[in-house]
Ligand binder design. Structure first.
Ligand SMILES: *Cc1c(COP(=O)(O)O)cnc(C)c1O
Length: 424
């Protein structure tokens, strides 16, 4: 459910007409609904309330949408943060998310990143290899601290999603193979800078079936038992993110957060661990749209090309993952037509969809790409010397520009040519 709907024939975000935002800010622009993201945060927290022992923590996966105003909104709504770089860690802290509500994931944490996060405080590092555990132990020892960790297990489960957002098979770089877990925990127990207490898993994104998640959690449960028999104390299990969001009619319908919660409650009933969750897309995906204007309609061999002022640099998901986005006119006429929707970037990959039946629009009209709140603005870049897309947050009747358009002058301003000569 979301808060984008037609009022008086024009698409609104909550109480604000998208036409007003386009007029004030220009296009393309991302528009987010506060009510939608706060609702999703609550639905997720309710779905898992009472799961595990102790209060569960829902740590929002910051990479899905790291805008400062979004993080502040979600932190105030009660979410923690799952971060994958020191930049995300700093953003989470700047949004006043408490240290004990932050987990640090990712396969390539550097010693500098580990050191800063450890000194600043966090709930735990999710460690993805024994090599990383050794480095973290050395960093912690040098600070006279113990780093709380959980190992990320790669359960070798196919997630049934797009290959580029699958993370839990043996062919993915993520986590430690289940067969090597006992060895890793055994070695880590002897490392002086580590406090080993957890286990984690995250198998992929935009999952539309609970089966692979359940399989992964079952394997985690077996491992928890095996680890305890070896004398390890496992008090925290982090079940990752990955729940898909609905993309509209004709697209796979994901399980509800409530159904997910029921499955988790059943599978983890005997674990006796605190549970953590790391949803990203579920919280913000349907809370955002990319608002764009039709630049031109050009005849095509079969269907016309609808050329819009947003490109693959603004919304990479279709080019990266063949992602589907529902496309709607901001002022639909009731007429439909079949078109190819493309951006202005000089790449054939700059194609949002081919042969799509959608609202009929013409040059100058506004349209939206729905479900663009997650992995949208955060993946945007300035390819073709295009500005970085601005972002707007709506809250009821009011709206705020929460990221200005970063134009080509601003991008050029950080470029320089000042030779260094080591011989001097
Ligand atoms: C990306 C990521 C998530 C969030 O995934 P969603 O599909 O957006 O819920 C959670 N945990 C980790 C470790 C991730 O890398």
């Amino acid at each position: 459910m979301d808060h984008f709907e037609l009022r008086g024939g024009a698409l609104h975000c909550e109480g604000v007409p998208l036409e007003a935002i386009a007029a004030a800010v220009g296009t393309p622009v991302y528009v987010y609904s506060t009510a939608t993201m706060v609702r999703h945060a609550r639905v997720m927290m309710e779905a898992v309330s009472g799961c595990g022992s102790g209060a569960p923590l829902v740590a929002y996966a910051v990479k899905a949408n790291p805008n400062a105003a979004v993080l502040k909104t979600l932190g105030d709504a009660g979410l923690g943060a799952d971060v994958v770089s020191i930049g995300e860690y700093r953003r989470a802290r700047a949004a006043r998310i408490a240290a004990e509500r932050i987990v640090f994931s990712g396969v390539g944490k550097t010693a500098e990143e580990m050191g800063e996060a450890l000194a600043g405080g966090l709930l735990q590092f999710n460690v993805e290899s024994i090599e990383e555990a050794r480095m973290l132990s050395a960093v912690a020892t040098a600070q006279g601290r113990e780093a709380p960790i959980g190992f990320r297990i790669n359960p070798d489960v196919a997630a049934g999603t797009h290959a580029k957002i699958t993370t839990g098979t043996a062919d993915n770089k993520f986590g430690i193979p289940a067969a090597e877990a006992l060895g890793a925990y055994g070695e880590a127990a002897g490392l002086p800078g580590l406090a080993v207490r957890g286990i984690t898993v995250h198998i992929g994104s935009q999952l539309t079936s609970l089966d692979p998640l359940e399989q992964a959690f079952e394997r985690l449960g077996e491992l928890i038992g095996a680890l305890r028999r070896q004398g390890h104390s496992i008090s925290v299990a982090d079940l990752g993110g990955g729940l898909g969001v609905p993309h509209g009619p004709g697209q796979p319908e994901p399980p509800s957060p409530a159904a997910y919660g029921t499955m988790v409650r059943r599978v983890t009933a005997t674990w006796d661990t605190r549970l953590l969750f790391e949803p990203g897309r579920l919280i913000v995906g349907n809370a955002g749209v990319l608002l764009t204007r039709v630049v031109r309609v050009k005849p095509g061999a079969r269907d016309p090309w609808l050329i819009v002022d947003a490109g693959m640099n603004d919304l990479m998901r279709p080019a990266l993952y063949d992602a589907y986005h529902r496309i709607e006119a901001v002022r639909p006429t009731g007429h439909r037509s079949t078109v190819n929707v493309v951006g202005p970037v000089c790449e054939s990959g700059d194609t949002f969809t081919m042969g799509r039946e959608m609202d009929e629009v013409s040059e100058g009209d506004l349209i939206v790409f729905r479900t663009a709140g997650a992995y949208g603005a955060t993946l945007a870049n300035s390819y073709n010397s295009r500005p970085l897309t601005p972002e707007v947050l709506v809250d009821g009747q009011r709206w705020a520009l929460v990221r200005r358009r970063v134009d080509v002058d601003a991008l050029a301003a950080v470029q320089d040519l000042a030779w260094e000569n080591p011989a001097d």
